[in-house]
Design a binder for this molecule. Sequence first.
Ligand code: ADP
Length: 263
Amino acid sequence: DYTRRVRGDRRDEFGELAATFNRMAADLEAVDQHRKELVANVSHELRTPIAGLRAVLENVVDGVSAADPETMRTALHQTQRLGRLVEHLLDLSRLDSGVVPLHARRFEVWPHLASVLKEANMSKGQGHSRADVHLHLDVTPPELTGHADEERLHQVVANLIDNAVKHSPAHGRVTVRAYAGEQPESLVVEVLDEGPGIPEAERHQVFERFNRVTGPAGSKGGADGGTGLGLAIARWAVDLHGGRIRVAESDRGCRIQVTLPGP
Ligand code: ADP
């Protein structure tokens, strides 16, 4: 029972012990609360695509709808969403277990980001992401180097591009920009798009798990196939590096900025 507290205001060692006990109990209570919320969120997030998939398949089995490509595509999107959700949850559980080693080393930025873009170019157009978005890479100077765990950084940038493509207008432009940071040997990577951006009031919370920006009808998203976990995972990976991730000011669209310190 984490809600129990020791009472009394003695100013001796017992008083100190009681205060320490109360602090620890409060911490445990917060962790327990967080865990409960996470389980509730995960259950909800899993239920939605499963219900959708089930409805589509039931309709086909009952002869209400034909197993035409359009119907099958709906079912496919739901399974893709489930797949992404499970992948993200696995990432998160690794994150929580704290067993993720960081293999940071010096690397060349341009070839690294070029390979992330190449992959993103191949996967855009699947599910809810647009095929007509143009991806651009701008590394200044071209021989720029950074210090990071390349696999983790790849995951971060891929997640950011994924979001940028998803929120882009037709034929929109997504730019990945890298340059040297203010601190010696630090590296800044930004992903910019021409979509609606993230409202000022929502910016502090988009990096929380399952926190998704409220849609026009007060909806919490979901229709775009997102999991609400991508930015939480990105922040975790950036934190591992001792870096910083934020929504930066931009006169157009969304601009997510990642700053990684030097070695
Ligand atoms: P999701 O799976 O919903 O995309 P994320 O954690 O990646 O989850 O993002 C959280 C929320 O932040 C998204 O639901 C979306 O509302 C908002 N968001 C993220 N990236 C962008 C972007 N490039 N443009 C506009 N909104 C964004």
